[in-house]
Design a protein around this ligand. Structure first.
Ligand code: GDC
Length: 336
């Protein structure tokens, strides 16, 4: 367990960053939290952390303000979202390269000993994801390089930047390739939401409005593996404490189609089966994507715990309670 350390978390106002701050505070660390978002857009905001709101790490002077005297840095920051966002904002996604690069330069100057980079399954070669229900992607399947355009290229480039900083300057790096992380305190509306949150919202709305139909992007047959946030945090911290510096999948191996996931959410909400309106012109991403977990089991002796059905139950409960709040400020869930 990491404790009594001074840790900088960049992207702390976001979904995974917020949960990481929570856990590392509970474990007895001193946390500096930064995010480009102003205070009112942070998903979680902890009083016992040193919080820097509206701080843009694409500007290296900001990086240098917060890396002094820090033991560890977790870079959880990037301009991102689900397929609806990354397919239509490639230039914005690629500019996150500045965050990682500037942070590494500042960490090197300030002799930070260990650095974490949150990469993505979008780094994997697209041609290996053209069928539904594919074999899980192994770490070596990122090469030859042909990742998701824009967002995936940034992740792959930044992974390599981490490796070269370790080789050339000796900073220890750890890199996780996250496979569609979901759970409470994340975006569920406004354009950046990923499929689990979007579909929980749509099913909740259908129930509330007594609709019998929902809109689904694509034909619903596309597949993914989704990982609940608590498992993501546990895997991240175990990887960080390991001595393994190459990229590792952090994902589940419970491969489902979007149609199967909707069926689970319908069961959770107690609604009758909905008629699906398949929107074939909406962003679909790869046809099939799933995480091979052999390497993570080998190097961390760890596997995810939370079944999709149980994670979706917690996610649906949180999203439905947010949506029932009077005058909920939905914009909090839409900003980068
Ligand atoms: O957005 P996402 O979760 O991203 O979409 C998964 C699949 O669900 C897509 O084929 C999409 O078309 C389908 N889908 C159906 N209806 C909807 O209402 C909907 N909203 C959304 N968003 N999708 C719908 C993600 C990236 C992330 C991250 C992860 C890592 O790609 O967007 O930024 O890096 O990958 O695994 P997905 O899984 O394609």
């Amino acid at each position: 367990m990491i404790k009594n350390k001074k840790i900088l978390i960049v992207g702390a106002g976001g979904f995974i960053g917020g949960h990481l701050v929570d856990r590392l505070l509970k474990d007895g660390n001193s946390i500096i939290s930064c995010d480009i978002k102003p205070k009112e857009y942070w998903f979680q905001d902890f009083e016992n952390s040193e919080n820097h709101y509206s701080m843009d790490m694409k500007d290296i002077t900001n990086c240098k303000k917060v890396t002094k005297g820090v033991d560890y840095v977790f870079n959880m920051a990037c301009n991102m979202g689900g397929m609806g966002f990354i397919e239509n904002n490639k230039a914005e996604c690629m500019q996150s390269v500045l965050i990682n690069t500037n942070l590494l330069i500042a960490c090197n100057e300030d002799k930070v000993s260990k650095y974490f980079f949150s990469s993505s399954a979008c780094a994997y070669n697209k041609t290996k994801q053209q069928e539904v229900f594919i074999d899980g992607l192994k770490e070596e399947d990122a090469y030859p390089a042909d990742p998701e355009d824009g967002y995936g290229w940034e992740k792959l480039f930044s992974e390599r930047m981490c490796r070269h900083f370790m080789e050339d300057y000796g900073i220890q790096v750890r890199v996780a390739r996250y496979h569609n992380i979901y759970g409470p305190y994340g975006t569920f509306d406004g354009g950046r939401e990923k499929a689990p949150a979007a579909l929980c919202r749509k099913v909740f709305n259908a129930k509330k409005n007594k609709d019998t139909k929902i809109e689904v992007w694509g034909d619903g047959k596309q597949t993914r593996t989704f990982l609940y946030i608590d498992d993501c945090i546990e895997g991240t911290l175990r990887l960080f404490e390991s001595d393994f510096s190459d990229p590792v999948n952090i994902g589940s191996d419970e491969q489902v189609s979007i149609n199967q996931m909707i069926e689970i959410i319908e069961g959770i909400s107690g609604i009758q089966r909905l008629e699906k309106i398949y929107q074939l012109d909406k962003p679909k991403g790869v046809r099939g994507r799933s995480s091979n977990n052999d390497l993570v089991k080998k190097v961390l002796n760890w596997s995810y715990n939370i079944k999709l059905k149980d994670g979706l139950q917690k996610t649906y409960d949180w999203i439905s309670s947010e949506m029932q709040k009077e005058g909920v400020n939905i914009s909090r869930f839409t900003k980068s």
